[in-house]
Design a protein around this ligand. Structure first.
Ligand SMILES: Nc1ncnc2c1ncn2[C@@H]1O[C@H](COP(=O)(O)OP(=O)(O)O)[C@@H](O)[C@H]1O
Ligand code: SF4
Ligand SMILES: [Mg+2]
Length: 369
């Protein structure tokens, strides 16, 4: 039962940017996913985090072959999905299901809950008779904490949290092994989020599921995930166990992300390192050269950072990071830039998050419009 369930090898998804109605020329690409390697073990919960637009959903969809990859491989339970088409792919899909952020837009409002749930079972030949199916649906509803009377009702009659439970039940009808949950609680009230997270954990135990949980909220990931991959502009920049990631983030981007999360302990809160990210997230259509994070990295060095793309490599056992200087940063041999302190002295207003650490990008920018 143990071992790798899904393996992703140098996966790329590039979306063409087209212009011109008649010529339909491709004028560039959005490098949504650009060379991702990862492996998800059977029975684990793997979290994928990163800012909006960094390619999390595209990676999740490409893993299920819902979006065709531009290059690279996805191997599910030893089978290379890129070789699968038509009926074989369809049969394979039963084993991997997706749960979406907004259950309202993924559930057809005109269909009753029963009809929504039966749909997938029917498509995969699991609807073996009315009595058996109804029995199964009732038991599934009870697993996700909904009364069996829900079968005759419609999505709009439920609250957001209940609809997400229906979405989860629908994914479970076809007995999947892997569930890709794309921001499963982001659309829910905070009070309901914990309930749905706990439900996902209970279901994992009950059905032996493997999860890929996509989230931009680090708190969600910390609670539920065994291991976490941090994405930045189409690539993984760090990966390790959830505990290790919070205890000792090694990549400057992760350090910055975590330093933005408040700590409840006031003493720790005062002492903790704060790393401010400068500038906006660059466009995935025009990613920076070298290390993609170099335009915002407070540890950026003169050499290599803007010319050579760092590979994701093991820095400590089970802990990978994509930074040329991860060891030096970890050992405290190099430090974040001191620009912050200088600005405080000069302006007296303190540092704004959008103050560029590396100075203006060009003469035009320095002179203003
Ligand atoms: N079907 C598509 N066609 C063109 N660009 C897309 C498509 N889907 C996503 N993108 C672009 O790819 C990038 C990554 O998007 P996405 O995977 O949705 O990021 P995330 O889920 O991390 O917010 C974004 O710049 C987005 O605009
Ligand atoms: S390679 Fe350079 S720019 Fe990239 S994260 Fe490391 S120090 Fe920062
Ligand atoms: Mg997304």
């Amino acid at each position: 039962m143990t071992g790798t369930l899904v393996e992703v090898d140098d996966l790329k998804v590039h979306f063409p940017i087209r212009r011109g109605v008649v010529l339909d020329r491709t004028i560039g690409y959005v490098y949504a996913v650009d060379g991702v390697d990862l492996a998800i073990r059977r029975g684990e919960t793997y979290g994928l985090v990163g800012e909006s637009g960094c390619g999390k959903s595209t990676l999740g969809r490409a893993m299920l072959k819902l979006t065709p990859p531009t290059a690279g491989r996805v191997v599910f339970d030893g089978i290379d999905l890129s070789t699968m088409r038509g009926e074989r792919l369809r049969t394979m899909r039963r084993r991997m299901q997706m749960v979406f952020q907004d259950p309202m837009s993924s559930l057809d409002p005109r269909q009753s809950v029963e009809s929504l749930l039966v749909e997938g079972m029917r498509a995969h030949g699991l609807d073996t008779g009315r009595e058996a199916t109804t029995k199964r649906l009732r038991s599934l509803l009870s697993s996700v904490g909904l009364p069996s009377t829900s079968l005759r009702r419609y999505p709009h009659e439920f609250s957001g949290g209940q609809r997400q439970r229906i979405g989860i039940a629908r994914a479970l009808t076809v007995e999947p092994e892997l569930i890709v949950a794309d921001e499963p609680v982001s659309a829910l009230d905070v009070s309901v989020q914990a309930q749905v997270i706990n439900l996902l954990e209970d279901l994992q135990r009950e059905f032996g599921l493997t999860y890929l949980v996509i989230a931009h909220d680090l708190a969600v990931v910390r609670h539920i995930c065994d291991r976490v991959g941090v994405m930045y502009l189409g690539g993984l920049v760090e990966e390790t166990t959830s505990d290790q990631l919070y205890a000792e983030p090694l990549h400057p981007y992760t350090r910055a992300l975590l330093s933005a999360v408040p700590v409840p302990d006031p003493v720790l809160e005062d002492r903790r390192e704060r790393v401010l990210l400068t500038g906006d997230l660059p466009s995935p259509a025009n990613p920076p050269s070298g290390c993609r994070f170099h335009t915002r990295c407070p540890w950026r060095q003169q050499q290599r950072c803007d010319t050579e793309r760092p590979v994701l490599r093991e820095i400590a056992p089970g802990h990978r990071a994509a930074c040329h200087f991860a060891e030096d940063i970890r050992a405290g041999r190099i430090h974040p830039h001191e620009v912050r302190a200088e600005l405080v002295e000069q302006g007296g207003e303190g540092m704004r998050v959008d103050d560029p650490l590396a100075g203006p990008a060009s003469i035009t920018e320095a002179l203003g419009p």
